[in-house]
Design a protein around this ligand. Structure first.
Ligand code: 4AD
Ligand code: MG
Length: 430
């Protein structure tokens, strides 16, 4: 008999099936064993009754331990009390591997212990639910961009320069030269936009963030989007549409996972365009009145983002930051060189920044001036300046932090659970 996935169980009512998976919980009561089986596609309760089992089957059940891998054969019956509506009445069991005593017990464990055992912790129902939602967010983004006519293309990870400032670079030896791990694919994507028009990349990015926060990973996945001839305003509209699409898909397709996580659906159902907007100057004024010690000209701190983000039910754009605190490539406002055409999108419910984007400088002379002001070496960026020498074009783009979005969708306390194997300030293992 071929085995089926647990998710297919509903189409096999009153039939004999075979299932393979892991026993995540078990108890016995006299002549009956209750085994909770999971296989990644679902979970089911299997009932092994001594009287109904093949020769030796019941004795084998008594040897099963938590997380043993097993093959079960039996009949699918309907069972209203079970969450799936079904139960398996087992007639035989094969122990594929009898697990040693499993380190993650049902009792509460501390976070460091769970992170040390991340390779096992990901088997738990909550962690698996988060990873399923992560998959949904990725597919929503990919489908969205494909439908909008964007081409998926790839940017390098080993690079000779920085994209987002030099303070968070990871470096490595590249045959005697220094190579840096990419902080964002943006600069290369700008070159690709001049070839393909509308483009996006999606891959791991790296930042040596020396601070320990709930929002920072050293290795995280970013989707950068860039479009030729797209002005700042159009870029904001695209970001709005993207976020509405993600939230809508997650609510529609991941209700089971959101329920496992205890994540209320209502706040996600409220995510509709348009999103509120505040300029940086308006945001600073509001923050000063609402308990922040921010001064005009400062970047928003994590606490400032939390204040703004808690105050709104929808994501909120903070636009037009001071030129002095933003990256070299951002285009100034036509009527105010002290402010740039940029936006950070802050998620609601206290989550803070999920997207950073801007219109890019398309004037060669101005870009060169920025290199001098920001004390960046010009030589490694000559190729980037070429984009302003050969058919320069107005263009804008943005970067979405996957784990930040997943953390918000799942309403997690910390970004470390939104990636299978988090890389944190004090953690490179497992
Ligand atoms: O705002 P950032 O730094 O923007 C850029 O890198 C641009 N070059 C993107 C572009 O215009 N193509 O990063 C983009 C997003 C942030 O909004 C945040 O969601 C996420 O990446 N991010 C991080 N996520 C987790 N851990 C970190 N250390 C992150 N740093 C940024
Ligand atoms: Mg940013």
């Amino acid at each position: 008999m071929d085995c089926i996935d647990i998710r297919q169980i509903g189409t096999h009512l009153n039939k004999e099936v075979c299932l393979k998976g892991w026993v995540y919980n078990l108890r016995s009561s006299g002549q009956i064993f209750f085994l909770q089986l999971r296989d990644g596609t679902g979970t089911i309760q299997a009932v092994a009754n001594k009287a109904e089992m093949a020769e030796g089957g019941f004795e084998r059940c008594s040897k099963v331990t938590q997380e043993s891998s097993v093959k079960l054969t039996g009949k699918v019956v309907s069972e209203k009390r079970s969450p799936s509506g079904f139960e398996l009445h087992v007639n035989d069991i094969t122990i594929i591997h009898r697990a040693e005593e499993y380190p993650i017990a049902k009792k509460e464990h501390g976070i460091e212990f769970l992170l040390d055992n991340r390779h096992l912790w990901i088997r738990s129902s909550k962690q698996a639910a988060i990873l399923i939602i992560r998959d949904q967010v990725i597919w929503s983004m990919r489908s969205f961009f494909r439908e909008k006519g964007f081409i998926l293309t790839d940017t390098p990870i080993l690079t000779p320069t920085s994209c987002e400032g030099t303070t968070t670079l990871f470096s490595t030896d590249y045959f005697g030269q220094t190579a840096y791990l990419a902080q964002s694919g943006q600069l290369y994507l700008e070159a690709l936009a001049a070839s393909l028009g509308k483009v996006y990349d999606f891959g791991p990015t790296f930042r040596a963030e020396k601070s320990k926060t709930r929002r920072h990973l050293m290795e995280f996945w970013m989707l950068d989007a860039e479009a030729a001839f797209m002005e700042h305003e159009e870029s904001l509209k695209l970001q709005e549409e993207l976020i509405c699409r993600i939230a809508g898909d997650v609510v529609r397709n991941c209700e089971k996972e959101l329920t496992i996580l205890g994540r209320p659906l209502e706040p996600l159902k409220n995510i509709t365009a348009p999103f509120p907007r505040l300029t940086y100057d308006e945001a600073v004024e509001w923050l000063m009145k609402n308990g922040s010690d921010i001064k005009s000209g400062d970047d928003l701190g994590a606490d400032d983002e939390t204040l703004l983000s808690n105050h709104h039910k929808k994501p909120v754009f903070i636009t037009n930051f001071p030129t002095a605190i933003k990256a070299f490539y951002m285009k100034p406002l036509p009527d105010n060189p002290e402010r740039v055409l940029c936006a950070d999108l802050l998620a609601p419910e206290g989550y803070g920044e999920i997207i950073g984007g801007s219109q890019r400088i398309d004037d060669l002379a101005l870009l060169k001036k920025r290199f001098v002001e920001q004390k960046l070496p010009v030589e490694p960026f000559e190729w980037y300046l070429d984009l302003r020498r050969y058919g320069s074009f107005p263009h804008s783009g943005f970067g979405v932090g996957l784990e930040r979005v997943v953390t918000w969708m799942c309403k997690l306390d910390h970004v470390r659970e939104a990636i299978p194997f988090p890389r944190l300030l004090n953690r490179l293992k497992p």
